[in-house]
Design a protein around this ligand. Structure first.
Ligand code: HEM
Length: 383
């Protein structure tokens, strides 16, 4: 069996060979460092994600304490989760996403014009972060926080997701969560612009518990949505640079629609998620004991040849493409539609810019296990 260290430099560079090896030889394997069963086969991953009765997200069901500020759409399970999830889902559907996409395109066009003369710039700081902050603030109907300051808060929270592997990131994560809470609280103290949050507040049932879930979910949506979108934009730009004909093929509207999903399958940001087995069961012939953690590795499932022919190729018109890049089941991504929209805005803006965006230095992956992203991605517009 391959030993899997998600923070190893070679794995950060390219995790797919080691994940393929695990899938081929030990598709359900115990990882002592993570204290979890790792699942790498698409079918096993989907079976766990769709069965929230046997595999819990809500750790209270396994007897753990979950502090009140952590109770959100992300940490609850059905039936408790249902009301808050549908509240946010309905609010999302009530937003004018075409207008948000058009504003995202205008933002990118202006940024690209300004960056056109630079010998080199960092795609993460200059393109991905401002795009993500703008799209999510616009969607929620809140004033955009300062991109650099918010980026630092979000990064500390993102790094703390790897607290099990690196305890030094836990305390900075706690401090950053307090800063994020203060920001979100300020949105609830004002009357609020029209947008997703105003819709949620107008329709939320009046109960203390629901109010807590709503505030916590607003926080998850803003920070989680921001960090995954930043990572997805960086990964997409990098993949497009490695496949020089791909961008041009996405001039076609149908190819653009399927292509942005394929970019997330091919090299998506969220590497995995965990659930707790509520009863002793068998997964792929292996006995998983009640109370043990099962980690679904999205990145591995998305390259499973049993589900995706030519899994390591970028197939822009792949169909069907039921990838797990946005998760699956009761915890699947609430921001899939705005994320697809932001990625489309990125691709069309790159296509409209007169000069191609080329690599202008050595990209550096961030040393994080849960989120696959770049620390820096140097590029330049050059004819
Ligand atoms: C390309 C960008 C994005 C990707 C790849 C992505 C991916 C994911 C994945 C894989 C999950 C499921 C995690 C799990 O099962 O534990 C998830 C959940 C979630 N995402 Fe996203 N996401 C993206 C963008 C966004 C955006 C822009 C927002 C907000 C506007 C957002 C909000 C959420 C929320 C609130 C959840 C938790 C849902 C729940 O637990 O019920 N995401 N996302």
């Amino acid at each position: 069996m391959s030993s899997y260290d998600p923070l190893d430099t070679a794995v950060l560079e390219n995790p797919y060979p080691v994940l393929a090896d695990l899938r081929a030889h030990t598709p359900v394997c115990w990882h002592p460092g993570m204290r979890a069963w790792l699942l790498t086969r698409y079918a096993d991953c989907v079976a766990v994600l769709r069965d929230h009765t046997r595999f819990a997200r809500d750790r209270r069901r396994a007897g753990a304490e979950v502090p009140a500020p952590s109770l959100s759409v992300q940490s609850l399970d059905p039936p408790d989760q249902a009301s808050v999830r549908s509240l946010f889902m309905n609010a999302l559907h009530a937003q004018d996403l075409h207008a948000i996409e058009a504003r995202a395109r205008r933002l990118l066009a202006a940024r690209f014009d300004r960056l056109a003369g630079c010998a080199s710039f960092d795609v993460m700081a200059e393109v991905a972060s401002p795009l993500a902050v703008t799209v999510i603030s616009d969607l929620l109907g809140v004033t955009s926080p300062d991109v650099a300051t918010f980026g630092r808060v979000s990064d500390a929270i993102m790094r703390s997701m790897d607290g099990g592997l690196d305890p030094s990131v836990v305390e900075p994560g706690r401090v950053a969560r307090e800063q994020l809470s203060a920001l979100v609280e300020s949105w609830f103290q004002t009357s609020g612009r029209p947008g997703l949050l105003a819709h949620v507040r107008a329709h939320a049932p009046a109960s203390e518990v629901q109010e807590l879930y709503v505030r916590n979910t607003a926080r998850v949506m803003f920070q989680g949505g921001y960090s995954t979108l930043v990572a997805a934009v960086g990964n997409a730009v990098h993949t497009l640079q490695k496949h020089p004909t791909a961008l041009d093929r996405m001039r076609d509207a149908a190819m653009l629609r399927t292509g942005v999903d394929e970019l997330v399958r091919y090299d998506g940001p969220v590497q995995g998620t965990s659930r707790i087995a509520m009863a002793t069961c068998q997964i792929g012939g292996v006995t998983v004991t009640a109370g043990q953690t099962v980690t679904v590795l999205f990145a591995a499932a998305n390259h499973d040849p049993e589900q995706f022919p030519q899994p390591d190729q970028l197939v822009l018109d792949r169909f069907p493409n039921r990838h797990l890049g946005y998760g699956w089941g009761s915890h699947s991504c609430l921001g899939t539609v705005p994320a697809q929209m932001a990625l489309r805005a990125l691709v069309t803006s790159l296509l409209h810019h007169p000069a191609p965006l080329v690599t202008a230095g050595v990209p550096r992956r961030r040393r994080t296990a849960t989120m696959r992203t770049f620390e820096t991605l140097p590029a330049a517009f050059r004819l």
